[in-house]
Design a binder for this molecule. Structure first.
Ligand code: PMP
Ligand code: GLN
Length: 390
């Protein structure tokens, strides 16, 4: 068989969750909640099933759900997307990202060679395989701890006649960094000057912290910039927002021409996604306060975890968004991050994710990522074990 992804093994999320299960460790590695979803949402699925919503959904998604997403986007960002031809329901954000990348990236593009895609790293691990499977070439802009700030001159220096697409993720997995309005404006100027398309992964849009104190950052969706709205595929997911990562239901928002091309591919990747869940989500979205409290909910969890490790020698900046906290340990041991993640899972029963796997050259800043979408007792126990180890 050909090896179409020679640089890729099994995704780190599968590896670390399997190790956590095998060893009985507290699993703060893969990003998923340890607590149940709202029973009201679950009841809506049962209701939809009883109402015989059990056959194929329309290819772009159940109309009620596309309407509900349009209403949500308008309420959250005051931006209009038309349910008929600008919103597509997908099999999680993963499929939205894959289909959007496949829509854009060509092995022989308009620049006469493979399309180049700007990827900020550390990068979520599904982007580059999708780019490579489509014959594109990732061009990396590497960001460094502790702030992972983007040097926009460095981005400009990477643009060539073959650059076609820029991948964006804010709030950012794994660093927890949230883009500023200036970042968005800088991106827009580059995208407009070079006629680039954008894919914006905003699955953590409702998880941003420290708003009350004024110290935090707002989430600036790329759709709120008129110049970007016209050239961006915005990918979202209900998994993060409603504690149902196993449902794998997300969506892609894009202008009509981009959506038409996107749907051509989506229809043959998965055709459509589970019908009863789509009805349930459409009804559940009628009460937006259900996700408007999510940031406060996760801020408390972040603080519970940080309180539990307070006084330990780990170095960190409290995460700005997402449900991940990174900890730097390089001043404690020179052990590579992947080795340490595995050792801590075995020795103290706390599983995490090493950040080097999100760099193409496995650059190792000696950082581990901990998911705090866990019940408080688990966060306190994990924190105290880490503190005792350090
Ligand atoms: N993008 C990012 C940044 C993620 O963290 C995740 C999953 N945790 C996804 C995409 C995939 O989302 P989904 O589970 O909806 O496919
Ligand atoms: N996005 C989740 C994380 O970052 C994992 C998703 C997956 O396992 N594919 O942990």
């Amino acid at each position: 068989l050909p090896d179409k992804l020679p640089h890729v093994g099994t995704t780190i999320f599968t590896v670390m969750s399997a190790l956590a299960n095998q060893t009985g460790a507290l699993n703060l590695s893969q990003g998923f909640p340890s607590f149940p979803a709202d029973p009201a949402l679950l009841a809506l699925v049962t209701e939809a099933m009883a109402q015989h919503h059990n056959q194929y959904a329309p290819m772009p998604g159940v109309p009620d759900l596309r309407e509900a997403i349009a209403g949500k986007i308008q309420a959250d960002y005051e931006v209009d997307y038309h349910p008929a031809d600008e919103i597509t329901v997908t099999s999680g954000a993963t499929e939205a990202l894959f289909a959007a990348i496949s829509t854009v990236v060509q092995a022989t593009g308009t620049g006469g060679g493979p399309d180049e895609v700007i990827v900020f790293e550390p990068a979520y691990d599904s982007y580059v395989p999708a780019i490579e499977l489509n014959g594109g070439v990732p061009v990396y802009v590497s960001l460094a701890p502790p702030h992972y700030a983007i040097d926009w001159d460095a981005v400009r220096a990477k643009i060539t006649p073959r650059t076609r697409l820029i991948m964006v993720n804010t709030p950012h997995n794994p660093t927890g960094r949230v883009w500023t309005r200036d970042d968005v404006n800088q991106l827009a100027a580059i995208a407009e000057a070079h006629n680039l398309l954008i894919i914006s992964d905003e699955v953590y849009e409702h998880i941003v912290f420290d708003q009350d104190t004024g110290a935090g950052r707002q989430h600036h969706s790329l759709m709120t910039h008129p110049g970007l709205r016209e050239r961006t595929f915005v990918c979202g997911s209900f998994g993060k927002t409603f504690h149902v990562t196993g449902w794998k239901i997300g969506y892609c928002l894009a202008p009509k021409v981009l959506t038409a091309a996107f749907r051509k591919i989506h229809q043959f990747v998965t055709f459509s996604v589970p019908t009863p869940m789509q009805y349930a989500l459409a009804r559940y979205l009628q009460e937006p306060e259900r996700y408007q409290t999510l940031s406060a909910f996760y801020e408390q969890k972040r603080n519970t975890f940080l309180d539990a490790i307070a006084g330990s020698p780990f170095r960190y900046i409290p995460t700005e968004g997402t449900f991940f906290q990174t900890l730097a340990y390089g001043h404690l041991t020179d052990e590579p991050d992947t080795e340490l993640a595995i050792r801590l899972t075995h020795e103290i029963g706390v599983a995490s994710i090493p950040l080097s796997v999100f760099y193409h050259d496995r650059r190792d800043y000696r950082m581990l990522r901990f998911c705090f979408a866990k019940d408080d007792a688990m966060l306190r126990e994990a924190g105290s074990r880490l503190k005792a180890w350090a």
